[in-house]
Write a protein that binds this ligand. Structure first.
Ligand SMILES: [Zn+2]
Ligand SMILES: [Zn+2]
Length: 243
């Protein structure tokens, strides 16, 4: 099936995410827009994925548990998992690989954990936007060990991207896809970095506000519209992609 996706969304758990980015608002907005599959990818945390998945079941939209990990080089990497348990285990692991610096809500904003009724059930105390000590060359192996898949986020952006930091994608990173921004100029990017011609490009919104969630524009062919199928397909270098 053609599955229209947006695989990079932040909730109110990300300090930079809008307060209106609650599990219900995100999932229902995505459903109204007509998306088939979305991923929740807060900075360095998966703790709102449980609520979003539960809401997704009611709303009839597939929610993939995920995270936008900040590597030791301050490169953002989208990590996606086949189920809640693997994302929760990865979340626990990442906690041990990040600096424990308290969030300053007055500067960075709140980091809210919610249940499937959008009730606040906790707050993340440590600031989530800091670099972990996982390097970009390690991250594929680490995420793979938890059953997930990962790829560099918004590579055409001037900050927190693999191209802005390293100028290219070292082969030892073993990424099987890359993400470009919605406005990314694919042809220009391919000219500057020809290796991109051989790797699937994911166009996601990186929405921090409800109004920035994508209308259906990019799709991929999935045997089933499930997180498991998505992770499997994204891990496969030989897949032909719809864009
Ligand atoms: Zn980012
Ligand atoms: Zn992001």
């Amino acid at each position: 099936m053609k599955a229209y996706y947006d695989l990079h969304l932040h909730s109110c758990l990300s300090p930079c995410g809008d307060k209106d980015m609650t599990p219900n608002n995100i999932v229902n907005m995505a459903a109204i827009l007509g998306l088939d599959i979305i991923a929740l990818t807060d900075h360095n945390s998966c703790k709102n994925c449980k609520a979003a998945i539960e809401v997704g079941k009611t709303a009839g939209i597939t929610v993939v548990p995920g995270m936008e990990l900040c590597t030791s080089e301050e490169i953002h990497v989208v990590c996606l998992f086949p189920d809640l348990d693997s994302s929760a285990a990865f979340d626990k692991y990442v906690n041990t690989r990040c600096m424990a610096i308290k969030n300053r809500e007055d500067i960075y904003g709140e980091q809210l954990i919610m249940d499937s009724n959008d009730k606040i059930i906790g707050k993340e105390d440590n600031l989530l936007i800091l670099a972990s000590d996982i390097s970009v060359s390690q991250v594929h192996r680490v995420v793979d060990g938890f059953g997930g898949v990962c790829y560099p986020a918004h590579i055409d952006r001037d900050s927190y991207s693999i191209l802005s930091s390293l100028g290219g994608i070292p082969p030892e990173c073993n990424f099987t896809a890359v993400e470009i921004t919605a406005k990314g100029n694919v042809e220009k990017l391919k000219k500057q970095h020809p290796f991109i011609c051989d790797i699937p490009l994911i166009k996601s919104s990186d929405a921090h506000y409800l109004e920035n969630i994508h209308e259906p524009q990019a799709f991929l062919e999935l045997p089933q519209c499930t997180p498991q199928s998505l992770v499997e397909i994204l891990s496969n270098k030989n897949v032909i992609w719809g864009r």
